[in-house]
Each structure stands twice: as C-alpha cells, then as structure tokens.
Design a protein around this ligand. Structure first.
Ligand SMILES: Cc1ncc(COP(=O)(O)O)c(C=O)c1O
Length: 442
C-alpha cells in the first residue's frame, strides 16, 4: 500500500542516526511497547491519506495534485499588511488574550451577516466559532457518536473526516453519489433497511456544494427531499459547506439550513479557509441551542477558545475589504485551472475513465477501469512519474473507491496541472499495458 512505502522512505531517513547521540533518545527502544496502552479510539484511528500526502508537495520534484490548497499567493500583500497593522494598533492586548469559547461576539455577528447574504438565518447566540471547519466536524461527531453509532455519509466522503469518524468509532454507511449529489432514493432504502432492523443513524453527514472529493453539487430537488426525509425519520443532518461561495458557474442553490427553515434539523458547518485563508484556522457551527451548548463544552475540553488573533484579523479584514471581491478573484483563478485540468484529462486519460465536471470548489473525482487499483497506481506515479494524487480509498471507510482518485486543481498553475495530469495518464497507460500483457483488462 502506498502509505507504507511512503512511510518507509521517511522512516529510513529518520532512522539514519549514525553518529547521532542525542537523536537516539527520541527513537523508542521497542516501538511496540506502547501498543497495549493506547486507548481503543487511538488504536482504530485511520489516518487521512491526504495529511500523509501533504508532505509530498514539499518535495520539489513531485507535482502534487493531492493537496487541497486554496490559492494564497493571490491574497494582496498590501491588504495583509494593512489588516495586521490594524490588529496590532487597535487590538494588541485583546488579540494576545484568551477569548470566549464560543468566539468573539463581533465575529459571530459577522458570521450571521455572511450567512444571511446566502439566505440563512442564524443568531449570534446560535453560532460557535471553531478552529477551522475540521474542528466543527470533530465537535459534531464527538457530541453525538458513541462507538458503533451509525453515521450516514456520501460515498466518497471528505477524506479529512475519516480520522474523525474512526476516532469516535462510528459505523459509517456510505450512500453513493452521482452527478446530482447523494442519491436520496438509495438513502431512503438504507433508512428503511435500518428501521426494519430497529436501527437509526445518529447523523447524516453531507457536503452538498462542490463535494470534496466528488466535485459534484446536490440538485435542488434532492436537497428538498433530503431535508424532508431527515425530518420525517428524525435524523439530524450535518451540512458541511466550506465551498458554497467558491462557485464559478451556474446558480447558487439553497442550503439545507435554509430549507430546514429553523426547524432544528440541521447542524451547519462552514469556514473562512476557502473564502479567506486556511492559515487563519477559523470556522464555525450554527446549530440549535441545546446542541451548541454540548459542542461548546466539547470545545472547552479541547482548546478553550479559537485563536483570538485570527478572529481579530478576520474582523478587521471583513471591515475593510469586500470579501466577495477577493473570492471573485479566486474563482476566476480556479475556473481557469479547472478548465486546464478538464482539457488535460480529455487529452491524457484513457477512454474508459470518467470524471466529474465541477461548477465550483477545488476537486475533480476520476474513476478508472475497475482493474486499476489507485493505491498501486499512486506508488508507481510517485516513483516513476513524480506526480501525486489522492487515491479514492482514502474517501471511504469500507475499502470502496479502489479505482478512483481525487485531483486538486486549485493549488497549481495551468501548465503544472497539464503536466501533472499527463504524467498520471502515462502511469495509467503503463498499468493498462501491464494488465493487457497479463491477459486481463481491456
Ligand atoms: C468538506 C470539507 N470540510 C471541512 C474542511 C476543513 O476545513 P478547514 O480548513 O476550515 O479546517 C475541508 C477542507 O478541505 C473540506 O473540504
């Protein structure tokens, strides 16, 4: 498996301690001696392949289409300086101080205004500021999931949610997606099946806009059906929406939060990572008050409060800058990069492959012939072609996705994307040739 090979390479470098005396102390005498002491939640945790792969992008010879990096180069230097200067002069002491667990009230008010611009009604008391969207997911899961509890998620689902779901030992049932998002027919069938066994999921976790990694957007009629179905079956929806404003084609669709109309059936998660910068590590949750109180306690246990410095930066940024203008600039960049990726896929991927055509977000999801294992392909692609992507299996908890891959187009220039896709195409062709030589495949 690619992760082992990758780890081996790094392990070899790290263990090369010839002549090093102090470094020896950091290498356990017997690494296995900790095994029987780890908590079950630490033993069962499955790494996000995405995190493992991120360090690859630092190796200059590798073209990485694996990460999910927004473009931060385009953030104007003068704005960055101006905003920090304002934080330093007007909020020096408070930005260096602890803040309330729920987040600064001015920021929660600003978040409510952002949500209102997209048709969502929320009150500052109903918002919890988090350390990125990732912490919002973790808080939602830890608030509801005991070991063995059922979570429904799209298949594929966000690879970064995989370690969270395994940490809390959720039993995840995937519902397939197509070009209109999660299949609500299959969801309904699954809910019926579970009900017949006397079971019910605790949560339905979904990414309706520009799915990561699927690249698809849930159609309006499916959103309406999903909200109605979840209400009918009394199952909470967790709507993860980091990419809503990152749309460069087509019309915005109502969020599940909006469609729920304040009925309390949706926990809404979002983040400043994609509309401002992931380095801020600021996201948020909007949820009914009793849920938010529990999540607040969970956050107290983890980190007391999110960075007040980042919160102040965001407030000063929002005060000075039309954030939609910045997102508009980003969207123009991403659109052009997406087009470059789609053109390169047309040119370099085999006829049997299919891929999504996202109207926004950062990712394309490609599906290859069934006999190609993208974990093996990744090892070959890194070793022989110096290119990386996220293998599909990283987006499932049940071993599916072996012939799929996630490709990121936001983090590289058009020419680099074209070259990266060409290299992956060459790696695929080599695997197809091998398969043919062995008498299988096409
Ligand atoms: C679907 C989804 N949810 C959550 C996150 C986490 O966002 P953040 O960087 O704000 O932690 C990401 C990041 O890529 C994402 O794609």
């Amino acid at each position: 498996m690619y992760r082992v090979r990758f780890g081996d390479g790094y392990g070899a470098a790290m263990n090369d301690t010839k002549g090093a005396s102090t470094a020896d102390r950091t290498v356990p005498r017997d690494p296995s001696r900790f095994e029987d002491r780890f908590a079950a939640r630490a033993t069962g945790i499955k790494s996000s392949a995405m995190r493992d792969l991120m360090s690859l992008s630092e190796r200059p010879e590798i073209i990485s289409l694996a990460g999910g990096f927004p473009d931060t180069e385009s953030f104007p230097a003068e704005v960055y300086e101006e905003v920090w200067r304002a934080v330093a002069s007007d909020h020096r002491a408070s930005s260096l101080q602890y803040g309330p667990t729920e987040g600064l009230v001015e920021l929660r008010e600003a978040i409510c205004r952002l949500m209102a611009e997209d048709g969502m009604i929320a009150q500052p008391d109903g918002v919890l500021v988090t350390a990125g969207g990732q912490q919002a997911i973790a808080l939602a899961i830890r608030t509801f999931i005991d070991p063995g509890d059922i979570v429904i998620a799209e298949g594929p689902t966000y690879p970064g949610a995989v370690p969270t779901l395994t940490t809390y030992q959720a039993r995840v049932i995937h519902i397939p997606i197509d070009s209109h998002g999660m299949s609500i027919d299959l969801l309904e069938e699954q809910l019926d099946l579970l009900a017949a066994q006397g079971q019910k999921p605790k949560l339905i976790y979904t990414i309706p806009n520009f799915h990561n990694p699927g690249g698809v957007t849930m159609a309006r009629h499916r959103r309406e059906r999903l909200v109605a179905l979840a209400a009918d079956r009394d199952v909470l929806l967790v709507e993860d929406n980091p990419y809503g404003p990152v749309r460069y084609e087509g019309e915005s669709l109502p969020s599940l939060w909006e469609l729920d109309g304040g009925a309390g059936g949706v926990i809404y998660l979002s983040t400043f990572s994609k509309i401002l910068a992931p380095g801020m590590r600021i996201g948020w949750v909007a949820a009914p008050a009793p849920i938010l109180r529990k999540m607040n306690l969970g956050k107290q246990a983890i980190d007391l409060c999110s960075s007040t410095m980042s919160q102040r930066f965001i407030l000063e940024y929002l005060r000075r800058i039309d954030w939609r203008e910045h997102v508009g600039r980003l969207n123009a960049i991403y659109r052009s990069r997406r087009d470059a990726m789609l053109a390169a896929l047309d040119q370099h991927f085999p006829g049997e492959a299919t891929w999504t055509r996202p109207e926004g977000g950062l990712f394309v999801w490609a599906t290859l012939p069934e006999y190609i294992d993208t974990g093996e392909l990744l090892a070959r692609a890194i070793e022989r072609h110096q290119v990386a992507f996220v293998p599909g299996e990283a987006a499932f908890l049940d071993g599916q996705g072996r012939n799929s891959m996630r490709l990121n187009f936001s983090g590289a220039r058009e020419d680099v994307i074209a070259e990266g896709v060409a290299r992956i195409g060459a790696a695929i062709e080599a695997m197809i040739d091998l398969q043919r030589a062995l008498g299988g495949g096409r």
